[in-house]
Write a protein that binds this ligand. Structure first.
Ligand SMILES: [Zn+2]
Length: 359
């Protein structure tokens, strides 16, 4: 729950750069200095509508290797496909500049920037960068959309994470239009938790894989951002509703009990019933050793992309609906045309893995 309203810096004043209503401009935030003593600046794009209204930030690559969001934000800058009628957008393709330069989630001080918020001006390398983002971006914003992907060697069906106990954030998160909404407060030190505390209602999208810009994930993200702006009255039009929406706070990683090579039976976005096979664990010669099955009915939120596993390795991340919810999801999925964004996203995310029915 937001507690403090910060003193808000002017959305039109960024150091020497002035951005008038109706204008857009590139600017930057000084976040640190490099090992060679150069000033490190995060590029920021600000678009102001002709009329006043809410300010929304959209951030990518807070984890430096998670660049699906970067791809989507580049689109929002070059070709947004909407007219901003009120308020302002702060677009940051890469927040974790130093991690991004190394194709890494982490900073060179081995810290995770998304566990270092709100940070401080006298703290670690990560903490100082976090603080710079808080002061320049979060302090100016009413709402935030922070774009992430699954961690390395995993993929996620696009899903929104938000603290839905906050009524206005809950409405914002629903408006995004993801089929799957995971209700959670978020990890300590994350941008979204720190932003919430500063009164900036922020959701996270988890979608796709690291080191990729996946076309359907970008399309999904753009639809979601536009939906959120329509919801806030910043863009004219209607919110594009998803075929179904399932909100849950029950998710579980199914882990390998044995080492071996997996044959997958499900893909991200699929429905599983209780007892359905998720993967068959085999020897290197393909001989069946054990079948990993679903403990409950749910939707596949995320999966490993690497078929070789050791005991304890995560295989499949399931989201469990409330009682009776799965039937609704099933009905909605059955009626989906192949060319729907949901089906295309499902196909795309499964394209790099061999998925087939259990024997
Ligand atoms: Zn992330």
């Amino acid at each position: 729950m937001p507690t403090k309203k910060p003193v808000r810096p002017d959305i039109g004043v960024w150091g020497q750069v002035r951005i008038e209503p109706g204008q857009a401009a590139e600017t930057q935030i000084t976040i640190s200095e490099s090992y060679s003593g150069m000033v490190l600046e995060v590029p920021v794009y600000v678009r102001r509508a002709p009329k006043p209204g809410p300010t929304v930030f959209v951030t990518g690559a807070v984890h430096g290797d998670e660049i699906n969001g970067t791809g989507a934000i580049r689109n929002l800058i070059a070709n947004p496909g909407f007219e901003l009628a009120t308020g302002a957008l702060i677009l940051i393709p890469v927040v974790n500049l130093i991690g991004f330069e190394r194709h890494s989630r982490y900073l060179p001080d081995r810290r995770d920037l998304n566990r270092s918020f709100p940070g401080s001006t006298t703290g670690s390398l990560a903490g100082r960068q976090a603080r710079a983002i808080m002061d320049a971006v979060v302090a100016r914003s009413d709402f935030g959309i922070d774009l992430h992907t699954a961690a390395v060697r995993r993929t996620n069906f696009p899903n929104v994470r938000a603290d839905t106990s906050d009524r206005r954030l809950s409405a914002f998160a629903r408006a995004f239009g993801a089929e799957l909404i995971v209700n959670s407060k978020g990890p300590r030190g994350s941008l979204r938790v720190a932003a919430m505390r500063r009164g900036c209602r922020t959701l996270v999208l988890e979608a796709g894989e690291v080191w990729k810009v996946e076309p359907t994930v970008v399309e999904y993200t753009l639809r979601g951002v536009r939906n959120c702006l329509v919801h806030l009255g910043m863009v004219e039009g209607d919110v594009e509703k998803p075929p179904y929406q399932m909100e849950t706070d029950a998710t579980k990683w199914i882990r390998a009990r044995h080492g071996g090579f997996l044959r997958f039976h499900v893909a991200p976005g699929d429905i599983v019933e209780r007892g359905d096979p998720i993967a068959t664990n085999t020897t290197l010669f393909g001989e069946e050793r054990s079948i990993i099955s679903s403990p409950r009915g749910g939707v596949v939120l995320g999966m490993t992309t690497i078929p070789s596993v050791a005991p304890g390795d995560p295989i499949c991340h399931l989201a469990f609906p409330k009682r009776g919810g799965l039937r609704r999801v099933e009905r909605a999925q059955q009626n989906l045309p192949d060319e729907s964004l949901y089906e295309r996203t499902r196909d795309d995310l499964a394209s790099g893995m061999l998925v087939r029915d259990a024997d």
